[in-house]
Design a protein around this ligand. Structure first.
Ligand SMILES: NC(=O)c1ccc[n+]([C@@H]2O[C@H](COP(=O)([O-])OP(=O)(O)OC[C@H]3O[C@@H](n4cnc5c(N)ncnc54)[C@H](O)[C@@H]3O)[C@@H](O)[C@H]2O)c1
Ligand SMILES: [Zn+2]
Length: 369
């Protein structure tokens, strides 16, 4: 067993102050059941698994010696974006009640962002709130969704429209899980990794450029480097602005145009791909404003290309449709579209004064149709 690579604590204000402990490493899961049982002595622990992750990993965890206590309950959940809805939450809550979960019980989410968001939401409302832990198993969940306490489910009218802030008590990231992640899912997560580096970690950016092959072949040292850097940055942003009243918005780099693109393609275009296009759009807006160099725009585009992430609009996505979606979003966000604009690799600024014409120019230049 390799020793834990790092442990960081997310310190949050409030009385009493709250914190989340994040452990990142390789083969750190072996002791998880025991650690949880001793931390939560007298509580029952309910493990809610992404069914697919359970099928892949259950035998291997057994081999590793996982012996959950006989008191524990395992619940399998068919995790998918289409199941990220209130009816699943109700279904899971009813199963918890029937299995005897009470106010002292603890939930553990094992899976990707969908499982984490649903289980976090459930923990925040079950009997008015019980603790939960996260065991993220996708790259996206490890570098992004499992940290920060945002939970939620979708409505037919849009994604993540119902949700809460509910910080996990602890987050256990084992990079081993990434061994079984399909390349397509890995690629989606890489869009958020590139985003994180771009927001505030110049040294991670350089690492991604110089060690791209090591990351692609998922070498342990590289995965640990990438996951831990992303977690550290996200933790610092969330500590500064847990409820997104300002600074946390930097995490939305690429997401303004990205969300509009997802909407106009009816979510056929995947989130990571949409964020990559959105980052390229933000970089071009910056370039046109004289705030980013051409060389840095090209560095962003070439790293995205390396990962197979798009930097131009997909065919059949006319700029005007995206602009219409941006205007609709603007109405919902109190009359402003916030744009996070890169100024250099690892440095961004948030702007709410970007004219639609500026966006139109850029989208036209990025249009492949
Ligand atoms: N709460 C937040 O702050 C936040 C931030 C970003 C994204 N999100 C949410 O996260 C979700 C996307 O997360 P995701 O990409 O992890 O999706 P996901 O949970 O659907 O997982 C993607 C796919 O990978 C499979 N999978 C998971 N772990 C695996 C493993 N180790 N090996 C093989 N297959 C595995 C899953 O079964 C699923 O098919 C979205 O719903 C998004 O809204 C939330
Ligand atoms: Zn995202």
């Amino acid at each position: 067993v390799r020793e834990v690579e790092m442990e960081l604590t997310l310190e949050l204000p409030g009385s009493p102050p709250r914190s989340s402990r994040v452990r990142i490493g390789e083969d750190i899961l072996e002791n998880l059941p025991e650690s949880l049982s001793s931390r939560w002595e007298g509580s029952r622990i309910f493990w809610i698994w992404d069914r697919a992750v359970h099928a892949l990993w259950h035998p291997r965890l057994r081999e590793m010696g996982w012996r959950p206590s006989s008191e524990d309950e395992w619940i399998l959940f068919p995790a998918s974006e289409s199941n990220k809805r209130l009816s699943q939450l109700e279904e899971l809550a009813r199963r918890l009640v029937r299995a005897g979960a009470d106010r002292r019980s603890v939930l553990v989410a094992v899976g990707g962002g969908v499982t984490g968001d649903v289980v976090g939401f459930l923990a925040s409302v079950y009997m008015r709130g019980i603790p939960h832990c996260q065991v993220p198993t996708t790259l996206l969940a490890q570098v992004d969704s499992s940290i920060g306490g945002k939970t939620g489910v979708d409505l037919p009218e849009g994604k993540n429209l119902l949700g809460t802030f509910h910080q996990a008590h602890s987050i256990w990231m084992d990079i081993r899980f990434l061994e079984t992640l399909p390349p397509e899912e890995f690629r989606q997560g890489m869009a958020e990794v590139i985003k994180t580096a771009m927001i505030g970690d110049p040294s991670l950016w350089e690492y991604l450029e110089s060690h791209s092959e090591d990351v692609r072949s998922r070498r342990s040292e590289s995965l640990l480097r990438v996951v831990s850097s992303c977690c550290r940055l996200k933790a610092r942003v969330v500590e500064a602005d847990e409820r997104e009243s300002g600074y946390r918005m930097v995490l939305n780099l690429g997401h303004t145009v990205g969300h509009a693109l997802e909407k106009t393609t009816g979510y056929a275009f995947r989130h990571g791909d949409a964020v990559a296009v959105g980052m390229a759009a933000a970089a071009r807006i910056s370039l046109n404003r004289g705030e980013l160099s051409m060389k840095n725009l090209q560095r962003l585009e070439s790293l995205c290309r390396f990962w197979g992430l798009p930097t131009t609009l997909p065919g059949g996505s006319p700029p005007d449709e995206i602009l219409a979606a941006l205007s609709a979003a603007k109405k919902r966000f109190l009359g402003v579209n916030h744009f996070v604009l890169p100024r250099a690799m690892g440095e961004v600024t948030v702007r709410s004064d970007i004219a639609l014409e500026e966006v139109r120019d850029v989208l036209r230049a990025m249009s492949s149709s």
